[in-house]
Design a protein around this ligand. Structure first.
Ligand code: 4NP
Length: 158
């Protein structure tokens, strides 16, 4: 069982998309796990994902409507094994909450899964159009695909 948390700013665009994509891939590969997402800004707490994120997800056969935005908490370090952030702002915020080296070791940039050590950010589509959501989806899909395959390999080794 692997528990994975995605973190972005508002928890209505990038991280709920990553959550929906990875859940779908773990299901398909029969990898047991819990996937969730959260953010750092309180503007949208309790809201469903942005309708543009929902539309992009549904165009790819995914339903992310059930997610509700929430904030990151220090307790997330206890509940999750891996914490993937979308950009440097989130990375710094999560690290500020880390209590020890074990907490810090759980945190990485999502795009380091496909571009190791580059610390690249997933651009925020919130300020852009539907096409930006599609681009973000494709990038996250690529990264989630690699992550799911890595988790499958890890599972078969354990
Ligand atoms: P997200 O996008 O971090 O990908 O969910 C954002 C959504 C809302 C805001 C910022 C980013 N906002 O400032 O309300």
């Amino acid at each position: 069982m692997v528990n994975i948390l995605f973190v972005c700013t508002g928890n209505i665009c990038r991280s709920p998309l990553a959550e929906g994509i990875l859940k779908d891939k773990l299901n398909a590969l029969h990898i047991p796990g819990r996937v969730d997402s959260c953010g750092f800004e309180s503007f949208h707490i309790g809201d469903p994902p942005d309708r543009r994120a929902q539309l992009t997800a549904s165009r790819h056969g995914l339903d992310i409507a059930g997610h509700r935005a929430r904030l990151f908490t220090t307790g997330d370090f206890d509940d999750f094994d891996l914490i993937y952030v979308m950009d440097t702002g989130h990375f710094n915020n999560v690290m500020k909450h880390a209590r020890n080296a074990s907490d810090r070791a759980k945190v990485d940039y999502m795009l380091n899964v496909i571009s190791p050590w580059q610390n690249l950010g997933v651009k925020d589509p919130w300020y852009h159009d539907q096409e930006a959501f599609e681009e973000v989806f494709l990038l996250l899909d690529l990264a989630c695909d690699k992550l799911a395959k890595k988790l499958l390999t890890d599972k078969s080794r354990s």
